[in-house]
Design a protein. Structure first.
Length: 248
């Protein structure tokens, strides 16, 4: 049986952490008991990490990584991936909007011969105009530019074979591009509808400005994918053009 590492980035999610822990352990104890939970505290100041510490004192499968300040969800996910010891890594949000009951379903799908199974919030419970619409547009754009066609890049809940994501560096808002990176490296990728619930406790940490940051990160991702190992193909082209212009 493969070991599963569940990676949870969280920032000020005091009201959600205990319910989340209970739900995950209930589902996983029943269905896939070889697992660990890595909670990454991204600079919480609401006392949430203390709740987890109490739980971790009684459960050695629960591990806590703590940042000294807020570095962002992507950095938190990257740290969780680095600490993960499992053969399968499943990131999930801490706010109970993703449903832990979907974890075994995604993991089982890997056994059909996939390296990445992406969650798809088909019935997403967020505001239509400020969240779902920009996210729909962003998904179209990301699919078009990366040529990896997924409906929901932004869904944190995905299952990865550890070997395909351990070495990928992540910056900015880039955790959502992981399935594009891994597909470029040859990972077999698919998606599955997953449940999505409205946020009952705490507040969303994001607004519309994230969409713009995501689009900017997309440019970086595209540039890195095309030119990281051959920057001369990009800069050289501009150089030759200006040389010609100068000559003329
Ligand atoms: N989060 C984080 N660091 C941040 C912002 C968010 O670790 O700087 C966590 C947050 O606690 C949650 C997940 O990332 O577990 C998704 O954030 P949120 O629910 O606010 O995003 P939304 O669902 O509204 O897109
Ligand atoms: Mg949320």
């Amino acid at each position: 049986m493969q070991k599963i590492s569940i990676v949870i980035p969280f920032l000020n999610e005091k009201e959600n952490l205990e319910t989340l822990y209970k739900k995950i352990t209930e589902v996983m104890d029943r269905e896939m008991p070889d697992y660990e939970i890595i909670c990454v505290d991204d600079g919480s100041i609401d006392g949430g990490p203390e709740i987890l510490k109490n739980l971790a004192a009684r459960d050695s499968r629960l591990k806590i990584v703590r940042f000294r300040k807020n570095f962002g969800q992507t950095a938190a996910i990257a740290a969780g991936i680095r600490f993960a010891a499992g053969e399968v890594i499943v990131p999930i949000d801490a706010d109970m909007q993703n449903d832990p009951a979907d974890i075994p379903k995604l993991v089982r799908k890997l056994d059909d011969g996939y390296d990445v199974v992406s969650g798809w919030r088909q019935d997403r419970q967020d505001a239509a105009v400020s969240r779902k619409l920009p996210s729909w547009l962003a998904n179209k754009l990301i699919s078009m530019i990366t040529k990896v066609h997924l409906h929901d890049y932004g869904c944190t809940l995905k299952a990865y074979r550890a070997e395909v994501i351990k070495d990928i560096p992540l910056y900015g808002e880039m955790h959502r591009f992981l399935p594009a990176y891994t597909a470029w490296y040859g990972a077999r990728t698919t998606e599955m509808p997953t449940a999505h619930h409205p946020r009952l406790h705490g507040k969303s940490k994001y607004g519309i400005s994230r969409t713009f940051r995501v689009v900017l990160d997309l440019l970086v991702v595209k540039f890195l994918s095309n030119y990281l190992t051959k920057p001369i193909h990009f800069f050289g082209g501009a150089g030759i053009l200006s040389l010609l212009a100068g000559f003329l």
